[in-house]
Design a binder for this molecule. Structure first.
Ligand code: HGY
Ligand code: MN
Ligand code: MN
Length: 401
């Protein structure tokens, strides 16, 4: 029997230095960058070390197979990319736990009837090209290949150019029915991005749903001019309507009990002594009721003078009820709890995208502070061990023996 804690520590430690920003100790693992390449090499090393057959699909998603790649397999995994200065667990905990869960099952001489694979979905955060879950959306056809290829990063590099530079042919992007047919069920383990499990004093929970959420781009056009010589009355300063829009979004969110965030803003030309010519900012809006979320955005747009375009939308995802009930009973058995917490989340995941095509489920591991998308994100190793034991039991249950 392996030492799960030691296995977790070893894999987390081996990922630790990749793409780490020493100034903040957060991570900058953006799609198709050198840091991403190191993450992908890490994944390949883990597959090789376990003699798992390694594949990269047409959309750049990586797969490590325990058994023949075939229809109806049990897939687990998550993502390795991060938001700017993200934490060490969002995504990586799912991948590390998947490999250690396989190690644990093998150490118990379990031979699954169905094949099992670990998947690393490309570009889940959309930090560089702006579309979240790009790898899984391309896989399912939810993201149109030409739209993906033409997305540009802050330096004007297209996704197609970045993939090509990283050695992947962007010409093959698109829905992959063969890869989808191999997914009999997908189970993603993820650090909880909230405090529900802390408040319930539980190490592991099962997801019930992902809230609807989307991203909207706001362009505020002004007129560049001199900060020291232009009279206030002569200015067309885009910063003012931008500021009003941010406050309006917050007011609407408070009024409707939703979440609205302007977290990314580009100012051109971004000079201390220059009135900007343009301000571009992105609204992230989320909440349990899709109609309410779109009503909030409509209200903010109405009050704003910006040019607005929707960049992505994720509908409400209800995870497969029979599957989540089955998983909950496995987790209750493994953790010895009468009732494992069942909770929704406002965070998007590849599992939410795949749910449109295949039965999917999620396991959450307690996050002591609830903080995520921050260098301060943390999970206790003891809880991660319970997560691996739960994931291993779920994979064994679903893959049969
Ligand atoms: O934005 C999200 O909820 C996820 O982290 N991509
Ligand atoms: Mn995230
Ligand atoms: Mn994530």
């Amino acid at each position: 029997m392996i030492d799960v804690e030691a296995g977790l520590r070893e894999l987390l430690d081996s990922l630790h230095p990749i793409g780490r920003n020493p100034g903040t100790s957060g991570y900058r693992r953006y799609a198709w960058t050198p840091a991403d390449r190191e993450c992908r090499e890490w994944f390949h090393r883990q597959a090789r070390a376990r003699s798992l057959a390694y594949q990269v699909d047409r959309n750049g998603n990586q797969w490590a197979w325990w058994g023949e790649p075939r229809a109806g397999s049990v897939i687990t995994g998550s993502h390795l990319d991060s938001v700017p200065d993200g934490g060490a667990f969002d995504g990586p905990l799912g991948l590390v736990s998947s490999f250690v869960a396989i190690d644990l099952l093998r150490s118990r001489d379990i031979v699954p009837t169905r094949s099992v694979a670990v998947a690393n979905f490309a570009d889940e955060e959309g930090a560089r090209f702006g579309i979240a879950c790009a790898g899984s959306r391309l896989l399912t056809g939810a993201l149109e290949p030409d739209r993906a290829r033409s997305r540009t990063d802050a330096d004007g590099v297209t996704l197609a150019e970045a993939m090509r530079a990283a050695g992947h042919d962007p010409g093959r992007l698109g829905r992959d029915d063969e890869a989808l047919a191999r997914i009999g069920v997908f189970v993603e383990l993820h650090i909880e991005q909230g405090r529900a499990l802390v408040d319930l004093d539980a190490p592991v929970g099962v997801a019930t749903a992902i809230w609807p959420h989307g991203r909207w781009r706001f362009d505020f056009v002004g007129r560049a001019d001199h900060a020291g010589t232009t009279k206030l009355g002569d200015r067309q300063d885009p910063m003012l309507p931008y500021a009003r829009t941010v406050l309006a979004a917050r007011d609407e969110a408070v009024r409707r009990d939703l979440l609205a965030t302007f977290g990314r803003t580009l100012v051109e030309p971004n000079g201390t002594n220059a009135i900007p010519s343009r301000v571009t900012s992105w609204l992230d809006a989320r909440g349990p009721d899709p109609a309410e979320v779109t009503a909030l955005v409509a209200a903010v747009v109405d009050e704003s003078t910006a040019e607005v375009s929707n960049e992505s939308w994720s509908p409400l995802v209800e995870f497969d009820r029979p599957l989540r009930a089955r998983i909950a009973s496995v987790v209750e058995r493994v953790t010895g709890t009468a009732q494992v917490p069942m909770l929704p989340t406002g965070a998007g995941h590849d599992a939410g995208v795949l749910a449109a095509e295949v039965p999917t489920a999620m396991l959450f591991v307690r996050n002591p502070t609830g903080v995520s998308h921050s260098p301060a994100e943390h999970a206790e190793l003891a809880d991660c061990v319970v997560g691996v034991e739960a994931l291993a039991a779920v994979v064994e249950e679903l893959a049969g023996r």
